[in-house]
Design a protein around this ligand. Sequence first.
Ligand code: ADP
Ligand code: MG
Length: 308
Amino acid sequence: MSDTEFDIIRRYFTRQDSRRRDVIAGIGDDAALLQVPAGMELVVCMDTLVEGVHFPIGTPAAAIGHKALAVNLSDLAAMGAEPAWATLSLTIPESDPDWLADFSQAFFKLADRYQVQLVGGDTTRGPLAVTVQAHGFVPESLALRRQGAQAGDHIYVTGTLGDAGLALQLAGDAGNELQHQLDYPEPRIAAGQALRGIASAAIDVSDGLFGDLRKLLSASGVGGEIDIDVVPLSAQLREAFAAEDQQRFALSGGDDYELCFTSAEELQNEVAGVRITAIGKVTEGNDLLCRDANGIVDFEDSGYLHFQ
Ligand code: ADP
Ligand code: MG
């Protein structure tokens, strides 16, 4: 992208106003120079969004800017981390001022909400792809891990599930609110931090509750049993489908970015202002069983896992 690369970085990604004290050098040097606070562990994650793979061609630039950061903050939330810094690798086919303005504004709007400073990145020409790396802190030994769930723990989820999967399915003519949920997921940062010392294990739900919970259980070396009748669904999802399809979306539709966690404690209905629902129990063994009022529901055999 030769000479315009520097203009892009200066115009859209360099800001004077978001200075964190732990950033010794941000954008503009060969690398960022950062100070991890004493007593904290550094939590690092990265996610890539590729046009045509992770979002459809024609997705608004603002949605891409928001989501590229949001999916990373969701991973930090699942670790119980407090977000601090981000780096951004941006590959774009052309230098389109409107696109760049929308993209960067949405990125910074979300970044500012969580005091995240963009401290570096890379800008190249090519097929549209966005990689964000996010960094956060967690007090020593308090990070939430996928491992740690114990037989007898309760299994919880935040918010409601299935809306993003439904929006994907309805693509385009989805109700605005659902489409908004898909394009602008809100990472559960406050809930993740509030769960330090309370959750025995946690994961964010990016690929569907059933599959992601299974990852948590397998990392913990345990099994689980969930009651699919109590999995929290949004009103829109209930209106749109018959019960069986609602459950299918809630259990295997991706892109929800809620937290699924386990705890020995019987928790109230909210964590950090976010609704939580108890959906089952951790068990001995290594199977994840789903029950409804009629008994065991076999997701694999009914093809639920292969949905989409
Ligand atoms: P180098 O050639 O030394 O790798 P670059 O010219 O690629 O450096 O980048 C110059 C500075 O701009 C670096 O501090 C880099 O981290 C930052 N930067 C480049 N692209 C972006 C971007 N898309 N967002 C934020 N910072 C960026
Ligand atoms: Mg250099």
